[in-house]
Design a protein around this ligand. Structure first.
Ligand code: ADE
Ligand code: ZN
Length: 332
């Protein structure tokens, strides 16, 4: 209980969270009703049962997970929807002493179903302002490209983001990795870099050529952070590079099914022991059984046999790697 209290009170930061993945079954059902979006389920319980998918670590899991994630997005239609889901998340951050969060969002699917950039972004950005003012939770946005959608839609998304450039700190890459390797996005990343975005990219767990993808993200896309990246421990030379360059790896000890957790936490323990700048994140708290950062930390500490100082070190890593001005990074 003392350890639980310590974790509950620990000032936290999260660097890998998708706003579309914060949608819980309850919110999804409610927004579907509000927007007249018909979902292929007779009841919320039927939807919840259908959504009880398993996503064990293997190349194919991501595709299966993304199908559920994409279905959730269909209920997001208006500026108010994006305001509501973002502010709901920031309220949970306040309740769990999460002081800072970098929020990823996927513009392409929203644009493709007719929600203008200025609508979804205005909703999210107003929630950011209110969350900072009323909850004391600071946040920043990372525009994420869905790597499985046509490359021209990625460029269109970047173009649509241009008027809001000063309010979007970073640029990332997510969705189905198999068949969509980093090398495909070299030109896109050159453009994002020239526009001044900070750069990250997903190298998801146990994907085909996972280690090669981490190398390519560093060398071709020139990212300063890797999302997930836990397969790096398979390549000692890569570990040396990541450690020397202090590349932040935003690991997600999230799980489906529940017994998939120890294998991820073991590997995060190895990363930590190797001296890598690794952080703990929830990825998609509405969809994974592991929930929000506050509910994630106690089982991770127990499973990984992490001491309180280790758990604090993960949070310090996140505050240090945060895309905030240097003078505001360590004030927590
Ligand atoms: N979209 C949401 N979460 C994701 C993840 N972990 N990997 C790829 N795409 C995602
Ligand atoms: Zn992710």
């Amino acid at each position: 209980p003392a350890y639980r209290d310590f974790l509950a009170a620990l000032p936290k930061a999260e660097l890998h969270l998708h706003i579309e993945g914060t949608l819980t079954p309850e919110m999804k059902w409610q927004l579907a009703g509000r927007n007249g979006v018909s979902l292929p389920y007779a009841s919320i319980d039927e939807m919840r049962a259908a959504q009880n998918f398993e996503a064990p670590d293997a190349p194919g899991y991501l595709k299966k997970f993304i199908q559920h994630y994409n279905e959730g997005m269909l209920v997001l239609r208006t500026e108010r929807d994006f305001y509501d889901i973002t502010l709901s998340h920031l309220a949970r951050c306040r309740d769990e002493t999460v002081r800072y969060v970098e929020i990823m969002f996927d513009p392409q699917p929203h644009l493709m179903r007719g929600v203008p950039f200025e609508a979804f972004f205005a909703g999210m950005d107003e929630a950011r302002r209110v969350g900072a003012r009323d909850y004391g939770v600071e946040s920043n946005f990372i525009l994420c490209i869905n790597r499985d959608l046509p490359l021209d839609t990625a460029h269109q998304a970047l173009g649509a983001a241009a008027p809001f450039r000063d309010r979007i700190v970073g640029f990332g890459l997510d969705s189905v990795e198999d068949g969509n390797p980093p090398a495909k996005f070299t030109g896109l990343y050159d453009r994002a870099r020239s526009e001044g975005y900070r750069l990250t990219a997903h190298c998801d767990v146990d994907q085909r050529d996972a280690v090669g993808h981490i190398h390519d993200c560093l060398n071709l896309l020139k990212v300063e952070r890797i999302d997930h990246g836990i397969n790096c421990i398979e390549d000692p030379a890569l570990v040396d590079v990541l450690r020397e360059r202090k590349i932040c790896l935003t690991a997600c000890p999230t799980w489906r099914p529940i017994d998939a957790m120890p294998r991820r936490v073991d590997r995060i323990r190895t990363m930590y022991d190797l001296g890598l700048k690794v952080t703990l994140n929830t990825d998609d708290p509405g969809l994974f059984l592991s929930g929000t950062l506050g509910t994630l930390l106690p089982p991770v500490a127990a499973t990984g046999n992490f001491a309180p100082a280790d758990m604090a070190a993960f949070m310090i890593n996140a505050f240090e790697a945060a895309w905030l001005p240097a003078d505001r990074r360590t004030r927590y």
